[in-house]
Ligand binder design. Structure first.
Ligand SMILES: O=C(O)CCC(=O)C(=O)O
Ligand SMILES: [Fe+2]
Length: 557
């Protein structure tokens, strides 16, 4: 017992004072800590509000997405660290001393929420990915740099948020990695010249290094040399600068004449063709449709349309067909799917979406992740849902090909800057054995039907750089084209691309028809068109069609 001796009472008095001090200091620390947390939270709130877009609207805007990802990596991380500290055993110790439960309930719940979200938080790869998307958008759509700095896109409305040096560096680095050297030059220059006191000297040197290297790549050789010399003054021990300085100086001493012949040699025919396709791709993405390459496309200047009700399924509701190109044959089927069919396909695909891979060369392993295709995809088999089967069969009937050998439906969803650079859908390979392995059972990808499952606010068109064709996504409509000639050879004019999504999000479904089973059907294309001409005389033309001169086109063929 305590009450029997003063000695013990004195101990008790000491204990009381100790206890008071202990709890008092704990509360003060908690108050400090809470005040700090309040600060961090207010800070992130003000950043959230500054963006100016509410809720899911942010997900449609590439800058808002970039800042959202950045908030998780910086502000929310700081809040998380703070919360982690709250969970130190000190807090628990107090609980034990006072005979309270081991952890206060609210602390547990707090941590649980954080741990749960933490596993799905964006990481550095996501920040790089968003910056990479932004740099691609800047390149393809020629986004104005000053507008971006200001938090807007080509004269659009302002987000309330602006770029700081860190953002310029992040996007500059993404541009550098994407080989957009003019861009990386400009972004890194801003970082290097920034007066912001929060840039460490180390960061400034890093920016200088990329700036010099970008300058070299855009033929500002003397500037690259000067910048590298400055860099070496700041950091004489820099690992690579000396080596690069040598290279730059050598290059400067090479006469211009020599250089230009060198450059010409580099430009072999394949490379030239590739550059042409790429330039035309960007022009078409920007909406400049008069970008024809090759001579085979003179027939394609006309826009034609007809109503198709030859198939009994279409009798009461004929399909509006718009012919965009005859060589290669590209058409649009307007309003092919209903809204509820579109919603159903997206709902079925959503839980199955995974980062898209490309088939690549059949001699390579199936499924490569690349930067030239950024989207998530899911496969829906005919057996997965009766609607998938019905839609696949209907499409086969409409285009006149058997869907027996068609691939499952591939649903794609493109995020920030999501795209698919110019490519062919059929598989080519030098390696005959590997090719035959890919094609032996059902043949190559003879034709593609691309159904749009959403509208896109800006960007995201499907373009055919060689045919000079651009298709804007319209929810429920579909593009159809042949990838192969009737003689079984691939048609290189079918090269096409998905332009990066600028604003909004894009959903589409690919249905690839394979060669096997089409032997007698492929020939029917021309007959289909011929019968469509007959239809022209009976049917009303679709409102979106400008000319009605399919017959004229045929006379020229
Ligand atoms: O989404 C697009 O516009 C084109 C997609 C495409 O070409 C493909 O997935 O092969
Ligand atoms: Fe494709």
């Amino acid at each position: 017992e305590i009450f029997t001796a003063t000695n013990d009472i004195e101990k008790l008095i000491d204990s009381e004072i100790n206890l008071y001090n202990e709890v008092d200091s704990y509360i003060k620390k908690q108050q400090d800590s809470l005040a700090q947390m309040r600060n961090l939270l207010d800070n992130v709130k003000s950043k959230m509000e500054k963006v100016g877009l509410k809720g899911y609207e942010q997900g449609k805007h590439p800058l808002a997405i970039y800042f959202l990802v950045k908030r998780f990596l910086t502000n929310w991380k700081a809040v998380g660290n703070r919360i982690q500290k709250e969970a130190t055993f000190k807090a628990n110790l107090i609980c034990i001393t006072l005979g309270l439960p081991y952890r206060l309930y609210f602390l547990d719940k707090f941590l649980e929420t954080f741990a749960h979200y933490n596993s799905t938080f964006p990481n550095l790869k996501d920040l790089e990915g968003s910056a990479n998307g932004l740099s691609r958008l800047q390149e393809v759509y020629q986004l104005n740099r000053n507008d971006l700095l200001d938090g807007k896109i080509n004269g659009g409305s302002h987000l309330g948020i602006k770029f700081n040096w860190f953002d310029c560096f992040t996007i500059g680095l993404a541009s550098y990695k994407g080989r957009y050297f003019q861009q990386s030059y400009e972004w890194m220059k801003i970082v290097y010249n920034s007066k912001d006191p929060t840039i460490s000297s180390n960061q400034r040197v890093r920016a200088l290094n990329y700036l010099a290297s970008s300058a070299y790549r855009i033929d500002k050789i003397q500037e690259a040399i000067n910048l590298t010399q400055t860099l070496l003054k700041l950091n004489p021990e820099h690992k690579t600068a000396k080596k690069y300085l040598n290279i730059y100086e050598k290059r400067l001493n090479t006469s211009t004449k020599e250089k230009s012949t060198e450059d010409l040699d580099d430009d072999n025919d394949d490379e030239k063709d590739f550059k042409q396709i790429f330039n035309s791709y960007k022009e078409l993405c920007r909406g400049n449709v008069n970008q024809k390459t090759g001579d085979d496309v003179k027939l394609n200047n006309q826009l034609n349309c007809y109503q198709d009700y030859r198939n009994p399924r279409l009798l009461f509701s004929p399909l509006n067909v718009e012919v965009l190109s005859l060589q290669p044959y590209i058409v649009i089927y307007h309003n092919l799917l209903t809204n509820s069919e579109v919603v159903l396909l997206k709902t079925l695909a959503s839980p199955l979406l995974k980062r898209a891979v490309v088939v690549g060369k059949p001699d390579k392993e199936y499924g490569e992740e690349t930067t030239y295709r950024i989207s998530k995809t899911a496969w829906l088999d005919k057996e997965d849902h009766p609607a998938v089967k019905r839609i696949t069969t209907l499409i086969g009937d409409i285009i006149g090909l058997t869907s027996e050998t068609a691939e499952p439906l591939q649903i794609a969803n493109y995020g920030i800057g999501g795209h698919y650079e110019p490519h062919l859908d059929f598989i080519e390979s030098e390696d005959k054995e590997a090719l035959s392995e890919y094609t032996s059972r059902i043949g190559n990808r003879i034709a593609t039907v691309l159904i749009y499952l959403s509208n896109v606010e800006a960007g995201g068109a499907t373009v055919f750089p060689k045919a000079g064709v651009r298709v804007e996504p319209r929810q429920g409509s579909a593009a159809f084209w042949y990838n192969m000639h009737r003689n079984g050879e691939g048609n290189k004019l079918s090269v096409h691309a998905a332009c990066p999504v600028l604003i909004g999000s894009k959903w589409a479904a690919n249905l690839w028809f394979r060669e096997v089973g089409q032997e007698l059907r492929h020939t029917l294309t021309e007959i289909n068109i011929a019968s469509a001409i007959l239809d022209l005389f009976n049917a009303e033309t679709h409102a979106t069609c400008i000319n009605n001169n399919l017959a004229k086109v045929f006379e020229e063929m």
